[in-house]
Design a protein around this ligand. Structure first.
Ligand code: PLP
Length: 383
């Protein structure tokens, strides 16, 4: 018998909904490199309006959106962008800013809540010395992926903006250092904070958000900012190979994502919370979660015993054993074993991410499986 697979590795595995597929089928298209795809244009305008920015740009991926933001904001040679040391831009985009854009990434230690120390930022900025690169950009990730879907507090964002706005010594040539938000999951942040995305993005020069993660669209991200910024990004997108011609087929799904999936994100957060509570309530000495710090659709599961790591945990969750089938850890009707796909972030942290296609019934099954596996681990480590 085949196993019933619940894939919780990432929200990037979410699939387009039936409504998206229909919209893709019916999309009116044109050549977007000529600016003639009405569906792409509609998506870009819709995004710009939502974020209260002048313009938007449809790009193939979050990685390209972030790279374009770095390349436009840091267009002068000899510049750097300051990022968190646990940021996606720094860890998981191949250092593209450096090897493609010629931009140095300088890091500040990320705190557990996804922010970094603002005093350290003030001291890190470099603007005048001929020996040093010039700091041209600061990037904030929201929600913060590696920190476990943390929503960056608005108060911290406001302090960051005030620091850069109000200190003359931080303004080379009277111009504020640019601010970019890697808002791959900014709609999750807005949902958690119950504010419009425009409020979170208000003081940022550019924001990139992803359609293909928790929003379920198959492909694409949107970069928003001023008209001048987007004009430059559009030009560079072509150089990076991101000119996509009849991309309206993809953009159509993005429009449906904004209209129909964004209002449902709260469900993903609630499901994440339910799984977190179930694991927490077991009071396992070996596997636990930080319940007070579950903000959105990402849950970090901590393996606290050095004898049992996250890799082992994720392999065990994916496996179905005769013992668990014997006690009916399986689907109720067909009796299929439950295979949970979980990612192992580093030695002691596993990660799960919720998205639309994970149903309430899946959550019940996932909890059942987690409970069985955690009891098994606790028993084994007792001996
Ligand atoms: C926070 C964050 N930024 C950027 C990206 C990059 O997006 P993409 O995979 O579309 O390049 C991801 C991908 O998971 C991400 O989590």
């Amino acid at each position: 018998m085949t196993d019933y697979i619940i894939d919780l590795r990432s929200d990037t595995v979410s699939k387009p909904t039936a409504e998206m597929r229909q919209a893709m089928f019916e999309a009116v298209v044109g050549d977007d490199v000529y600016g003639e795809d009405p569906t792409v244009n509609a998506l870009e305008q819709k995004a710009a309006k939502l974020f209260e920015k002048e313009a938007g740009l449809f790009v193939p991926s979050g990685t390209m959106g972030n790279l374009l933001a770095c390349m436009v904001h840091c267009h002068r040679r000899g510049t750097e962008a300051i990022v968190g040391d646990l940021s996606h831009v720094y860890l998981y985009e191949q250092g593209g800013a450096a090897h493609i854009g010629g931009i140095q990434l300088a890091t500040l230690p990320n705190k557990e809540d996804g922010t970094f120390c603002l005093e350290a930022l003030r001291r890190k900025v470099r603007l005048v010395d001929d020996h040093e690169p010039i700091t041209a950009l600061v990037i904030v990730e929201n929600t913060h992926n590696i920190c476990g879907g943390k929503v960056i507090p608005l108060e911290w964002i406001d302090k960051l903006v005030a620091l850069l706005n109000n200190n003359k010594e931080l303004q080379p040539d009277g111009k504020r250092i640019a601010l970019h938000m890697d808002g791959a999951r900014i709609f999750n942040a807005a949902t958690a904070l119950q504010v419009p995305v425009a409020r979170i993005a208000r003081d940022f020069d550019s924001v990139n958000f992803c359609l293909s993660k928790g929003l379920s669209a198959p492909v694409g991200s949107i970069l928003v900012g001023s008209k001048t910024f987007i004009r430059q990004a559009r030009r560079l997108r072509k150089a990076l190979g991101g000119g996509m011609r009849q991309a309206g087929i993809l953009a159509a799904a993005g429009i449906v994502a904004l209209d129909t999936i964004v209002p449902l994100l709260q469900n993903d957060h609630q499901k994440t919370q339910r799984i977190a509570e179930a694991i927490f309530s077991m009071e396992s000495p070996n596997v636990t979660v930080d319940l007070t710090n579950v903000h959105s659709n990402i849950l970090l599961i901590r393996l606290t015993n050095p004898k049992y790591g996250a890799n082992e945990f994720s392999q065990r969750c994916a496996k179905v054993t005769a013992e668990e089938l014997a006690v009916r850890v399986c689907t109720p009707v067909k009796g299929e074993g439950i295979s949970l796909k979980v990612s192992s972030r580093d030695w002691h942290v596993a990660r799960i991410v919720l998205y639309q296609q994970i149903t309430d019934a899946d959550v019940v099954l996932a909890i059942k499986k987690f409970k069985f596996v955690i009891c098994e681990i606790d028993d084994a480590l007792k001996e």
